[in-house]
Design a protein around this ligand. Structure first.
Ligand code: SF4
Length: 385
């Protein structure tokens, strides 16, 4: 199989792995032959600093010796697998980079020969890119279950982002998805090491002088876990290991796996989990503020910020001329930027009507039931507006 066909197989198989912010559907390079054009999946992605790049997401190998119940790559499953040696992958990637097709890469792998050996292959690949070929673009490296602390540190010296997929929110739930993975020792421990290294050592002075950010991924609905369990773990990670972001991938059954008959998770659940996780991370909300049902699930029909406001602000609307930032950002329709704009405007004068709020980016249809402007209910202005 030639390199492009291997890359097609391996990058197609990475479709299941969310990373960075995808802006649109996968792009196919225009400078390949028609057959090759369907071959490589380079995703337009937005990096944490806001920069847009073309990101090649791929595996080094889709062979795997583990048998996670939900995974298409699990050992023994019959499908076409492919493998790159580090030098082979680097050659293909640099060719795509020279042609302007791929500007960065997200590298993961199935486990072959143990987590330590597999991690070494990922590290070798990144090392060649950085130190032999002087590649200075974006690299996201996956940390393999069972990797050693020194390998985690080396990955941090080579990558802009490192990630560990927890898959489930705790040990018991992980047993239902991947009985041979160890939640504490193999998955959580590397995330702790990342934070420990960032806390205790000055940034590596190698290629960019910054420690990378960290992310994780959960398979939502695969282990019958509740939203409360997922968000409890996410909040803990935000606080204790400074996780940049949790990705929530709705479970989707794969043919010829032990979970093939389990129903797919409603994508709206993924959406609500993202909304709630951003409220926890950026908006000062606590788990107690989330509108969980008795069995720990968020309502699918209403976003959690709106649900909180309906319970807490409808009878006690907020005066936008007086509220501080921490209150403003709890009002539906007012985001982080909108709150900053309101505070800036208040330094100059009073806010008198909905149109001035709208000019600051406030979604007034959402905000108006919960705010007062100069002591008057904004909802009453809405019809005039
Ligand atoms: S270790 Fe990773 S690649 Fe292998 S079966 Fe489990 S989830 Fe899939």
């Amino acid at each position: 199989m030639d390199s492009i066909n291997r890359l097609r197989l391996l990058s197609e198989q990475m479709e299941l792995e969310p990373a960075e912010e995808h802006r649109e559907n996968a792009a196919r390079p225009a400078c390949f032959t028609p057959k090759q054009r369907n071959a490589v999946f380079v995703h337009p992605a937005q990096l944490p600093n806001g920069q847009n790049i073309k990101l090649l997401k791929t595996l080094l190998t889709s062979a795997c010796e583990r048998d996670c119940y939900y995974c298409p790559f699990r050992a023994g499953r019959d499908f076409r697998r492919a493998t790159f040696k580090p030098e082979e992958f680097v050659n293909v990637f640099m060719e795509l980079n020279r042609r302007g097709i791929a500007e960065g890469t997200f590298l993961s792998s199935g486990i072959a020969g143990g987590g330590i050996r597999t991690q070494d292959k990922l590290l070798d690949t990144a090392d060649i890119l950085r130190h032999k070929l002087g590649f200075r673009g974006y690299v996201h490296l996956k940390i393999m279950p069972g990797a050693e602390k020194a390998q985690v540190e080396r990955a941090m010296q080579l990558a802009d982002r490192v990630s560990v997929n927890l898959e489930a929110p705790n040990t018991n739930r992980l047993q239902k998805l991947a009985p041979h993975k160890q939640f504490m020792d193999e998955l959580l421990q590397p995330l702790r090491w990342v934070d420990e290294i960032r806390n205790n050592q000055p940034p590596y002075k190698g290629w960019n002088g910054r420690w990378p950010s960290t992310t994780t991924q959960f398979v939502v609905g695969g282990a019958d876990e509740s939203d409360l369990e997922l968000l409890t773990t996410t909040a803990w990670l935000n606080k204790n290991v400074r996780l940049k972001r949790a990705y929530f991938s709705p479970f989707d059954p794969i043919r010829d796996t032990p979970l093939e008959n389990k129903p797919a998770t409603d994508p709206m659940r993924e959406h609500r989990l993202y909304q709630a996780s951003f409220l926890l991370r950026d908006y000062g909300f606590n788990l107690e503020d989330m509108p969980f049902s008795n069995d720990g699930f968020l309502p699918l029909h209403s976003d959690p910020k709106l649900a909180w406001a309906q319970s807490n602000l409808r009878e006690r609307p907020i005066e936008v001329n007086r509220a501080d930032r921490s209150i403003l950002i709890r009002i539906p329709g007012i985001g982080l930027k909108g709150a900053e704009a309101i505070l800036r405007a208040r330094r100059i004068g009073r806010l008198n009507d909905l149109s001035s709020l709208q000019k600051m980016g406030v979604v007034i249809q959402r905000a108006s039931p919960f705010i007062l402007i100069n002591g008057k209910r904004a909802a009453q202005q809405l019809s005039l507006f």
